[in-house]
Write a protein that binds this ligand. Structure first.
Ligand SMILES: [Zn+2]
Length: 233
């Protein structure tokens, strides 16, 4: 995942959806596998490498998650098949393989939590930490709301979600964001409706583009209903 796309803003994602919608006849093109190497034991593995894709048919969610069938994404955190430790993909790239690979190295929610514990014990910081919080937020929403309706978070699970969500809000550099809709949305998902309202009140509604107004209204309506669930854009 490109960091700008991941961590930024609904705005950027939605714009890219609009831009890319004109190229939907382009098929996904797979390049030779990207090799990553475990920093703990040296075991290598080959990952899917998309040279060209597009967001045709993509579904966007209010936590910035994009599900694009023509642009599948490789997990930004990989689990070593040998020593079972977790590592950041972007920091452990090791060249290109001889064949293509369909391996995305996706983690289950339970694995994401183990990865979180490992990285926190290793005292990661800065952007790595903010990214990790953000991936956890999306993994939680995947597990409880997106991929299946059969799970309901326990109070302890929701408390954990609130903790990482507030930590993300605190650790992310919002100065680069003009209209922090994502910040308002994450406060809402964490059940902090007053904070959500404060952020919304600081956003100049008439300065928003139409699609941003839709997101703004979607957040506000749910906030007023005390609804903290992630939603489809
Ligand atoms: Zn390993």
């Amino acid at each position: 995942m490109k960091k700008k796309t991941v961590l930024c803003l609904m705005v950027m994602l939605t714009i890219s959806a609009i831009v890319n919608s004109e190229t939907h006849d382009v098929n996904t093109i797979f390049g030779n596998a990207e090799i990553v190497k475990c920093p703990y034991c040296g075991t290598k593995k080959e990952l899917m490498n998309i040279v060209s894709g597009n967001t045709f048919g993509a579904v966007f969610w209010s936590d910035n998650k994009r599900k694009a069938p023509m642009l599948p994404q490789v997990s930004p955190v990989q689990k070593c098949p040998h020593c079972k430790k977790y590592y950041f993909k972007r920091k452990n790239e090791h060249g290109i393989g001889k064949n293509t690979s369909s391996e995305r190295g996706e983690l289950t929610y339970s694995e994401w939590k183990k990865a979180y514990n490992q990285f926190m014990a290793e005292k990661i910081s800065g952007k790595d930490k903010a990214d990790l919080y953000f991936w956890l937020i999306q993994a939680y929403n995947d597990y409880y709301f997106r991929d299946s309706n059969s799970h309901a978070p326990t109070k302890a699970e929701y408390d954990f979600f609130v903790k990482i969500t507030l930590s993300f809000i605190k650790n992310f550099d919002w100065t680069q964001v003009d209209h922090p809709l994502l910040k308002a949305e994450l406060y809402r998902e964490a059940g902090k409706m007053q904070e959500c309202a404060k952020v919304l009140n600081c956003i100049l509604y008439k300065s928003l583009q139409d699609f941003e107004k839709d997101i703004y209204n979607g957040i506000k309506q749910r906030m007023n209903n005390n609804d903290s669930k992630v939603f489809k854009l």
